[in-house]
Design a binder for this molecule. Sequence first.
Ligand code: NZQ
Ligand code: ZN
Length: 386
Amino acid sequence: MLNFELYNPTRLLYGKGQIAEVSNLIAPGSKVLLAYGGGSIFKNGIYDQVKAALSDFEVIEFGGIEPNPHYETLIKGVALAQREKVDFILGVGGGSVIDGVKFIASAIYFEGDAKDIILKIRRVDWQTMPYGAVLTLPATGSEMNNGGVVTIVETNDKMSFSGEPLYPQFAICDPTVVGSLPIRQIANGLADSFVHVLEQYITYPQNAALQDRFAESILATIIEVAPRILKDPKDYDAAMTYMWSCTMALNGLIGKGVAQDWVTHAIGHELTAMYGIDHGRTLAIIGPNLYRVMIDSKKEKLAQFGKRVFAISGQDDETIALEAIEQMVAFFHSLGIQTTLSAYTDKYEDAADRIVKRFNGRNWTVLGEKKLITLEKVNEIVKRSY
Ligand code: NZQ
Ligand code: ZN
């Protein structure tokens, strides 16, 4: 295992009724920018709960942050926050809103072209505006991590950025919000959190026994809870387990002390930028094929995953590894998620060329935990995913 430092300052409030606690978590007298998405919070009562909790604060609203949030929208939020001189941001939504808030919080005090935060700098190390999150969609882990993903529509760049000042001050996770989620979004969240664990776990043996067990327990829990939460999003205990699994999958803990992959995400982000496919679904298209193409360097961990998570037995690592990939695909199908690009678009034939070109343009020529995923491999992975 590698040396590591663990730092996560986000105060997490989990459970029913916790949204009311917002009033105790923001400094009295603060002027609050209330940021949200396309309006689901008006239909499911979350807006009313948040407004009631903010009754003692001056509130400026900024709605309309879209899924896969756009720089072009967020920059308007930056101008509003600056003009109104707010001193705290509260994001109410899924990963897109929380990531959007991370961008606004970064850009407010940034001198220069804010696009560069995403395109060039990508590591935020300056003062940012403090913010909190009320999570309405368990999936990304954004509520307890310091990363965000924003799309520049003009150039079709969907890029991530991160930095220590970007942890939420607090995150409120009330599982009753799951009750109003469309099944499609719950399936996305299950696939996304599942692949977050895989990106940190399906690498090579790193003498990280506890990290492995953390990862395997989250994977097994997601598999176990998936049919329950898909059947009844109002099942409180299932919603709690689903939500907590998503937070734990990407709050930084399970990736400590181990080399990580993240190429499924890098390719997946391109598929969202090119075709508008939901984030979680892009991972289900790419992930299994990345593991097939990279079987030589990943087979020991794939076999461990197969034995411990899917109870596959046998002697030969490669056979177990290949069966584990099949079971992974079967899991995505059980969520109602299709795992080929051609199931989502007719215009897939130049996808591999376009992605390779974009990676090359960014100098992303060797990727993955051992830098073995070359552009040739990327090409092969995407083509296999057609
Ligand atoms: O915009 P509204 O009207 O709120 O509707 C949203 C949106 O249409 C709806 N929704 C959210 N909560 C709801 C609800 N509908 C009914 N009831 C509720 N309680 O769901 C739709 C999708 O929301 P979105 O926030 O886009 O989904 P998700 O949480 O999956 O976030 C995806 C974004 O996060 C990024 C992805 O790339 C993508 O841009 N990611 C962020 C990460 C991070 N910050 O660590 C890591 C991830 O790997 C991912 O890349
Ligand atoms: Zn993800």
